[in-house]
Design a binder for this molecule. Structure first.
Ligand code: ZN
Length: 255
């Protein structure tokens, strides 16, 4: 599966397959248009807009291949204080993004970060020892002083995931479309039970590639069914950035 995923990425970048519209919500919000393939793809992001310069010049970019992690016995498990609440899904033109109701937060490495949104990449961006996951979910959090922390969970084909089953009923098919879920939902079912995680300093994985982002990559993946994988893949055949050089950064592992 991992090998197949890599081939698909290669094709995507070279031949520009996929038909994701380039006039996206991000463009409407002021930044230059960007995409995951072709002339607006990840190799060119840094030149598309002065505001995206870090995508090309940054030395702490994400995603990275996670290997050789250093065990840090002082790292505590992340506390997930996720509430059930209303959720809204938006097709941004780059992903499907879910906005959670206020009140959900994590305590990670001694800091409280409030959950802002979560979204998906296909294939997943977090490689572990060179292997990319089928998909991933990025849960984006912000602290009171503006520090961003992303919890990344790798999604691998297997049994169906209940949270995704509920969310996928409301997948907005066209760019700019949104759908609000009628039921109260908690994203906790997207987090593996095993508390192990890797921690490193990185960036947003999409323009403007802002650095200073604290990454927490859960060590255990979560399963999703082949049907769930295909449903997202039909909307976004490729919406992931290629791996970035660690430039000497260290990855720490919790116990
Ligand atoms: Zn992401």
């Amino acid at each position: 599966m991992a090998r197949l995923v890599r081939i698909v990425i290669g094709l995507g970048l070279c031949a520009g397959i996929g038909s994701i519209p380039v006039a996206t919500l991000a463009q409407q919000q002021g930044g230059a248009a960007w995409d995951y393939t072709g002339k607006l793809g990840p190799f060119h992001w840094g030149k598309l807009d002065p505001a995206y310069k870090t995508c090309a010049d940054g030395k702490e970019q994400s995603p990275i291949d996670i290997r050789g992690a250093h065990l840090d016995k002082n790292l505590q498990p992340i506390e997930f204080h996720y509430l059930a609440g209303p959720m809204t899904l938006v097709n941004t033109g780059h992903t499907v993004q879910v906005t959670a109701a206020p009140g959900s937060y994590i305590i990670a490495n001694g800091t409280r970060y409030d959950l802002v949104q979560f979204h998906f990449h296909h294939p997943g961006e977090e490689a572990v020892k060179g292997t990319l996951p089928d998909m991933d979910v990025h849960l984006v959090h912000k602290s009171a002083d503006g520090k961003i922390a992303v919890v990344a969970v790798r999604l691998m084909e297997g049994n169906a995931n209940a949270v995704l089953a509920a969310l996928w009923e409301h997948l907005p098919k066209t760019v700019g479309a949104s759908d609000k879920m009628p039921d109260l939902m908690s994203p906790l079912g997207l987090i593996p039970r095993d508390p192990g995680y890797w921690m490193y300093e990185g960036s947003l994985t999409a323009p403007p590639c802002t650095e200073g982002v604290q990454w927490f990559v859960m060590e255990r993946p979560v399963e999703l069914s082949r049907g769930q994988l295909r449903a997202f893949g039909a909307l976004y055949p490729v919406n992931s950035r290629m791996l970035q050089s660690p430039h000497g950064r260290k990855v720490e592992a919790s116990e």
